[in-house]
Design a binder for this molecule. Sequence first.
Ligand code: ZN
Length: 174
Amino acid sequence: MTVRSILIYGDPRLQAPNSPVDEFGSELEEFVDDLFETGWRAPGLGLAAPQVGVNLQVATIDVSVGKDPAARRVLVNPTIVWSDGSATVEEGCLSFPGLYTSLVRPRRLRVRAQDAAGEWWEETVSDLLAQAVCHELDHLAGTLIVDHLRGLKRQVFLRRVARARKLGVWPRSS
Ligand code: ZN
């Protein structure tokens, strides 16, 4: 497993289109392992392929951050079948180190995806796991947390981004 470097907001690969995966097997499995390893190391609850510069429909989620193998989810070519309810949640992103914002997410949803071997799976998830699924699927659509913010809230968030960059708190995007 290889820990990959995580792209920081401003890198165009974070907002580029992500192609569907049509080849499954050992290469994809190794990449998925890298995503988990990179996410655990960060640490974060999930990681999407474009965050390591790979523009494919692949993401991993592990809300236990490496503690519970049963918490691991591999999402290849994922879609949300339905979603239900709404909750205001605090959310961060490994591509915006140290920044958090509140936004609205569904409380419950059903996700359908393939695993690294190409097997389809479906699951109804709620609360933190539902939030994580939404967050990673957003990445696969090129949508970042800042894209959910409007008006003054967006301006304040972007000012915090600028300050983090200026202070050198954020690593430079390669
Ligand atoms: Zn993120």
